[in-house]
Ligand binder design. Structure first.
Ligand code: ADP
Length: 299
């Protein structure tokens, strides 16, 4: 039987001295799926990613990639892991093509493969026009696209993306989403962190929500919405209509307005009057996320 697991973490734990950053977490990333690791700042996402890519050692538990413990991965297996780091670590003295070629050389790819793959990746990430530009001349969006192209140079089976679209304009984000979905269609496994809930909802087959180093829940976006919130949301601007004074359903005061999470919008609307200012929408992953991790700011 073929093994369907790209990543398997069991009771994975990480201490920084006495500080417990990742607390006994277990999860599986199935091959060919896109999994989102979501959590507020300090939740333990980067630490988990670092253990997966082998730049940080686990303190306890088991972590396997392609069914092999991370510290026993062969060079060939490591070559099959593409990495999109959060920071721009491109070489500013080189142009786009040179950045890809140098990276390909780290993997000792043969020249004929490099000559074939570089133009393919330039095309895939829409970088052809600027292929001879120095990295310093590129926009933030182009740099991200180049970092993604670079992560694909050795045709990886697993691509780890740490906040792939943070700080980009909507056009660049949508373009990157389209290409990531194409990678998934090609059968690649994607593991990504993001602070954009819409991104996670669009791309991810399954979401793992972590906070305080612990897994709070995991499931498909639809499952999480079903488990942790009501299907529809009314945001009613204060002052609230009288009929809502003694409302006994699920609600949350968020300052100038109150969120009401409801099963039946028609029933709820009976509480509103003609003067009520409100917005009505479907519940989203953001509602789930805030519900599970709270609204207090993290440093
Ligand atoms: P996230 O990526 O979700 O923001 P991190 O994994 O970066 O979270 O951090 C988890 C916790 O571990 C935080 O409290 C952070 O301050 C702490 N931490 C991260 N890296 C180190 C480190 N190298 N040394 C000590 N503490 C760290």
């Amino acid at each position: 039987m073929t093994n369907k697991k790209a990543i398997q973490a069991t009771n994975l734990t990480k201490y920084y001295d006495d500080f417990l950053a990742v607390d006994n977490i277990s999860f599986t990333v199935e091959k060919g799926k896109c999994i989102g690791l979501l959590g507020p700042n300090g939740a333990g996402k980067s630490t988990t990613m670092r253990m997966i890519i082998g730049t940080s050692e686990k303190s306890d538990g088991n972590l396997s990639i392609f069914n092999t413990p991370v510290n026993e991965l062969t060079i060939e297996q490591k070559t099959k892991i593409g990495l999109v780091p959060q920071d721009d670590n491109l070489d500013p003295d080189l142009n786009i093509i040179q950045n890809l070629e140098i990276y390909a050389k780290y993997f000792a790819l043969p020249n004929n493969i490099i000559k074939k793959r570089v133009p393919e990746l330039l095309k895939f990430m829409h970088l052809e026009e600027k292929s001879h530009s120095q990295v310093g001349e590129l926009s933030g969006g182009m740099k991200r696209r180049l970092i993604i192209a670079r992560s694909l140079i050795a045709d990886p089976d697993l691509v780890i993306l740490d906040e792939p679209t943070t700080g980009l304009d909507p056009q660049a984000r949508v373009m990157i989403w389209q290409q990531l979905l194409k990678l998934k269609k090609q059968g690649k496994t994607l593991l990504l962190t993001t602070h954009y809930m819409d991104e996670a909802e669009r791309l991810c087959d399954s979401i793992i929500i972590i906070d305080g180093g612990k897994v709070l829940d995991e499931g498909t976006p639809a499952e999480l919405i079903k488990r942790h919130t009501k299907p529809q949301v009314f945001e009613v601007t204060k002052p609230l209509p009288k009929k809502l004074d003694n409302y006994s359903g699920v609600s949350e005061d968020i300052g100038t307005s109150v969120l009401f999470y409801v099963d039946n919008p028609t029933d709820f609307q009976k509480n509103l009057d003609t003067k009520t200012i409100y917005q009505h929408r479907l519940a989203t992953l953001e509602d789930v996320f805030l519900n599970l991790t709270g609204r207090s700011l993290r440093v």
